[in-house]
Design a protein around this ligand. Structure first.
Ligand code: TRP
Length: 340
């Protein structure tokens, strides 16, 4: 019996998001828009990674539980269609935890500590030696997520490449133990959009630092966020020439303004001098208000019908559990544990 999931679509895609906050414009350009396009071509599953969210939030679990439906509403509001994309909830697929246990025996602590993404997260979170075991091992759990669907293509940001590398190491070990290919190796699909900076121009977007624009942001929040955006600190008078590089207003105009030629004219004008930050911010604000108004409205409507959101998750998780169980059966077989 082969676990290859039968599909007439070219690739099996799995992506996921930690449910630790509502999604923002960075998610929109980097991952949500591409997923909307991919869902018509491929077999796509999106995993709401609530268990992974707990790996560094177990002492503040409501940060995860209260955001699960927000994230689902965000998906639907931007056009992810549950009739084309399976949306599932990690904690409702216990098979993933079982797979994680088997894979854990194939991965050393040293290897986990070498994972560059985990390493920098441990540093930035200030864990030192008090790293939750679940946090250190989340790359194994992510390998379980990916292989449970026998996914072949994973749309990710470059910070996730080490996770895919670890996944493929596990895949090769399982296949080698099995003496045949039972799991697929996966490839990353890197987003063409470069990473969107936070509104303050620092690299990391962080909800607590208030430097993001959420998909559900109110008109007022959008206005305030654009007003406070980092521009060119040396551009003091309107007539001064300004710098585009590192100017967040222009980065966002590049990412969101529909008229490229117009943005290019604005850039020239700004660099020449005579174009004030007030004006560029006004143009950006209008464009973001227009983009987000329908998304905010849809999102609110979805959140008004929690039963519908739960139903989507329930159905998606059921379908996903069935797929994952087929893979688990194969993996248990590798260890000789399908006794009855
Ligand atoms: N680690 C991913 C993130 O932080 C979320 C995630 C969990 C994921 N499981 C996944 C991504 C499986 C891709 C595939 O964004």
């Amino acid at each position: 019996m082969s676990t290859k999931i039968q599909s007439d679509k070219p690739e099996v895609i799995l992506t996921g998001d930690r449910a630790t906050g509502p999604l923002h414009l960075g998610h929109y350009v980097g991952s949500l828009k591409p997923r909307v396009a991919l869902q018509s071509v491929h077999e796509q599953t999106i995993l709401v990674a609530d268990m992974q969210g707990l790996t560094d939030n177990a002492h503040n679990p409501s940060k995860v539980s209260s955001n699960i439906l927000n994230v689902v509403a965000d998906y639907l509001a931007v056009g992810i269609d549950p009739s084309k994309t399976t949306i599932c909830l990690q904690s409702q697929i216990p098979t993933l935890a079982e797979l994680t246990m088997y894979y854990s025996n194939l991965v050393t602590i040293a290897r986990l500590e070498r994972n560059p993404t985990v390493k920098s997260e441990i540093q930035s979170k200030g864990f030192e030696r008090s790293i939750p075991a679940g946090f250190l091992t989340y790359p194994i759990s992510q390998a379980a997520d990916i292989t449970a669907f026998n996914a072949t293509l994973i749309p990710v940001g470059d910070d996730q490449l080490p996770m895919l590398e670890q996944t493929n190491e596990i895949v090769r070990k399982i296949n080698s133990l099995a003496g045949e290919t039972i799991l697929n190796e996966c490839k990353p699909l890197l987003s063409r959009a470069s990473r969107l900076p936070s509104t303050d121009g620092k690299n990391k977007m962080s909800k607590t630092m208030g430097n993001t624009i959420n998909l559900g942001a109110t008109e007022k929040e959008i206005r305030a966020a654009v007003k406070s955006m980092y521009t060119d600190p040396n551009h003091l008078r309107v007539e001064d020439p300004g710098k585009i590089e590192g100017n967040v207003v222009f980065t966002y105009l590049d990412a969101f303004h529909p008229d490229e030629a117009y943005v290019s004219d604005l850039k020239e004008h700004y660099q020449r001098g005579g174009l004030g930050d007030g004006t560029t911010k006004k143009i950006l604000e209008e464009c973001l208000q227009e983009l987000l108004a329908p998304i905010r409205k849809q999102r609110a409507e979805y959140l008004n019908d929690k039963e519908q959101l739960l139903d989507i998750l329930r159905k998606g998780s059921e379908v996903s559990r069935a797929k994952a169980e087929r893979v688990l059966h194969e993996v248990k077989g590798v260890f000789g544990l399908n006794l009855f």
